[in-house]
Design a protein around this ligand. Structure first.
Ligand code: NAI
Ligand code: 13P
Length: 333
């Protein structure tokens, strides 16, 4: 039986642990809180993040990172992007030397503007053949209910991607392989920023034309950044690009979309943070994405607008006016 360690008992870590177990793996789920690990082991549920979902017997939880790591063929990381560096520094000495590190995270580190695979490489010293990314339209709650979804597993080494694909392929979860790690990571991180923009528009009461325009131009600016960073344009038309963007921008389950909606309705940033219990990666990553855009000389007007509203207190109506009155241009530039 393939042994897998999943670090992070939040909604996606727990739901993906279930996917792995349904695909035939033996999974150890690491979490910080003893009472939550105890609840998983005794009631087979994660009442804090996925109430009402029964987890398979082959998912066991622990608060001991060494116990989780032992014998793991895959080490899956599902903590907030901004805490990964600290978490992984503590776990690295415990990891099996050949384990494949799998990022489920959709953020870019603040300060360094590093993608999660870059942070993993820097901290663990693993080469690109041992670092994989899973990304796609994968709202955790739907997957925990075993509703059908497709996804992408990306690794520079295609054989490793195929091994991971086999480890998480179930009748309701269909992963495709890809070797474009940069594109998959950027697709996942930037769609959170665009989902904030769409949420703000929804909260302001704007219509479906505005939403479709933001999604489409959001994908255009994501692709521009990706191409400047060496990604493959096809990735952005796929599940980790367009697929995830559409799911996140249209679903009330999305934390980023909901965060934006609250801002668009007139809540302050502090009020919005106070009512947000879970990780909304775009709130911090919008600044890192903008930093990447500047470094690579790429225009990302929607990302810039989100940073203005979220971090600089720009009123959404003013931001909208500025976005709409930018100089006219050809669609493909
Ligand atoms: N929830 C979803 O539908 C999906 C989430 N993701 C991504 O997965 C990643 C994790 O997201 P979720 O599980 O949804 O978040 P969550 O907010 O549901 O859970 C986060 C988990 O990280 C833990 N955590 C928080 N601070 C920590 C720290 N300092 N050290 C260690 N652990 C800490 C929390 O206790 C919790 O277990 C994010 O990057 C997110 O973008 C990706 C696809 C789907
Ligand atoms: O990444 C996701 C779906 O693929 C989840 O989006 P949120 O983090 O906005 O909830």
């Amino acid at each position: 039986m393939t042994r897998v360690a999943v670090y992070g008992t939040g909604s996606w870590g727990t739901a993906f642990a279930m996917v792995l177990a349904d695909a035939g793996c033996e999974v150890t789920l690491w979490g910080r809180r003893a009472e939550l690990a105890e609840a998983v082991n005794t009631t087979r549920t994660n009442p804090d993040y996925l109430p009402g979902v029964t987890l398979p017997e082959t998912v066991r939880a622990t608060t001991d990172p060494a116990e989780a790591a032992a014998g793991a063929e895959f080490t899956v990381l599902a903590v907030p992007s901004q805490t990964l560096r600290g978490n992984l520094s503590a776990w690295t000495p415990l990891l099996p030397p050949d384990t494949v590190l799998v990022s489920l995270m959709k953020g870019v580190e603040l300060g360094t503007a590093k993608r999660m695979s870059e942070v993993i490489e820097e901290i663990t010293g693993a080469g690109p053949d041992r670092i994989a990314v899973l990304s796609g339209p994968n709202l955790a709650r739907e997957i925990a209910e075993r509703q059908p979804a497709a996804s992408v597993v990306a690794c520079r080494d295609e054989d490793v991607a195929r091994r991971l694909q086999a480890a998480c392929h179930t009748p309701y979860f269909r992963p495709y392989t890809n070797t474009d790690v940069v594109g998959c990571e950027l697709g996942g991180a930037v769609k959170n920023v665009i989902a904030l923009a769409v949420g703000i528009a929804d909260g302001m009461g704007l219509g479906d034309n505005a939403k479709a325009s933001l999604i489409t131009r959001g994908l255009a600016e994501t692709t521009r950044l990706g191409l400047a960073m060496g990604a493959d344009a096809h990735t952005f038309a796929g599940l980790a690009g367009m697929g995830d963007l559409v799911a996140t921008c249209s679903s009330p389950l999305s934390r980023n979309h909901t965060f934006g909606t609250n801002l668009g309705r007139g809540m302050t940033l502090q009020e919005t943070i106070a009512v947000t219990r879970q990780t909304a990666e775009g709130v911090k990553s919008c600044e890192s994405v903008l930093e990447l855009a500047r470094r690579h000389g790429v225009e990302m007007p929607i990302t810039e607008t989100v940073v203005g509203i979220v971090h600089e207190g720009k009123p959404p109506l003013v931001a909208l006016k500025e976005l709409m009155s930018r100089s006219a241009k050809a669609e493909r530039r």
